[in-house]
Ligand binder design. Sequence first.
Ligand SMILES: NC(=O)c1ccc[n+]([C@@H]2O[C@H](COP(=O)([O-])OP(=O)(O)OC[C@H]3O[C@@H](n4cnc5c(N)ncnc54)[C@H](OP(=O)(O)O)[C@@H]3O)[C@@H](O)[C@H]2O)c1
Length: 509
Amino acid sequence: MIDARDTLGRHEILLIGANGFLGKVLLALLLARFPHFRHLHVVMRPKRRLSPQQRFEREVLASPPLEAVLERFGRSRIPERITVHAGDLGEPDCGLSEEALEALAGRVGLVINCAGLVEFFPPVDDSFATNVDGVEHVIGLVRRLGAKLLHVSTCFVCGEADGLIEESEPILGFYPRRKGPRDQGFRHDREIRYMRERIAEIYHAAGLNRGDRRPREITQKLSDLGLQRAYQWGWTNTYTYTKSLGEQLIAAEEDLEYAIVRPAIVEAALEFPLPGWVEGGRTAVPLVMMAMSGLRHWAVREDAPMEVVPVDLAVSAILIAGVMLLNGCAEQVYHVSTADVNPIYYGDLIRMLYREYRRRRRSGNGGFRLPVPPLGVRVLTPEEARRRGELQQKTITLLQQWATDTRRLMERNGLPGVQGVRRLATRLRQTGLRIMVRDQALDLYRPFMHDNRFIFESENIRAAWRRLREEDQRKLPWNPEQIDWRDYWINREVEGVRKWVRAESALGV
Ligand SMILES: NC(=O)c1ccc[n+]([C@@H]2O[C@H](COP(=O)([O-])OP(=O)(O)OC[C@H]3O[C@@H](n4cnc5c(N)ncnc54)[C@H](OP(=O)(O)O)[C@@H]3O)[C@@H](O)[C@H]2O)c1
């Protein structure tokens, strides 16, 4: 039996990424369930003229997840239990001062790297800065401190896939199009060197230094480079490609005690810190918003499960893996997902959300009963979806032309109603923009909804959870098999998005 309470009471932890979606919930869970944790060091960079301490207070302590637990923990205890250090993943030893490094060496038992650039198609040098160079710097820091490393990655480092992805797949030398264990075609060190050279060439040719403001065409070139390289090896985007490189850097280290936790798509909380707590538009939030505004046509693979995990289960798993690592009994990789025991399929999900959309219209949310569309969901091929989008755009363009001609005609002849036609033209322009944003968003999710089928084996976290004492099992739940997906999607995710994520009207097509 592993005693999480005792472990966390004995070891100091250093957390990078505390102000992120996962980082905040992780911190809240520690405060709420293990209030006698020994000490937490948080590394943050200054930003927008705020010092790390100011950012910690505004972005972390004043955020809903922390607000929800701070009263019980006691605000006055924060300064004695949590120390904020200035640092940046972009610098050696994560930019910690020599003084801080000396003070922390031998004291910190575990470094949790929960920082990452989660954008799918960013300029590749930005992605490298956090997900590759950043990991190199974290490794340097962990070595300086004599600590162990718990690194948060993603299940989707597997790239293109169709079926079960095992946790035992070797990390080093992995690339999605690998032709078996003998295939030595990918070397992360060669790949990283190659990309650094290409990035330097792009900057050099443009007469720019790193950190200079980039003209738009250079940003585009850097984004294209990342994508082209990711696709060439079989990764789905620049994010998963660079996250895999980061993992390979860790796996190549000798005598480094580490564990890699790979969550799937992290979504709204089941219960903790608040039912439905969710943040940002990186996750499936845009899809939920589109579904709840009545999107009926979807290019999805109906029999593919959507690999999601509620954020409270994801951070619970991170802490469990951290506890295992501190006790010297961690596995190398922990998939943190749901479909291997309790899948929710895309076909069922979009129909369920569409039914809910119709129900809400029928029952008259906000007092008005709205007409309910008579037709149900239609599943399209990506090609059909593309043609449909093009047709919609063409129709909008024609209507816009008609509105412009009509307005001119009315103005020339002094006819009334010009304002009305102007308003119509504005509406048409907005609709055209919304369709464009919708189609771009659907394209972004296409590898996950249509092109691949992922089922992540999550046996290691199940086994680790079973090793915890009963009291710790309650504090660090891992029970995806018990999720009622209908209840979750309607009462947690949809409600969470409505409550916590500001409606992005651009997606309300
Ligand atoms: N969200 C998901 O669905 C999901 C799914 C699977 C895996 N993950 C992984 O989980 C981790 C956390 O994700 P998240 O959703 O919490 O991301 P997030 O909300 O975007 O937070 C990212 C965190 O990383 C920090 N960071 C980025 N670059 C940094 C740098 N150069 N120096 C210092 N800090 C830096 C950010 O700090 P600043 O505010 O200073 O930028 C922020 O604290 C990532 O590694 C991600 O790959 C996330």
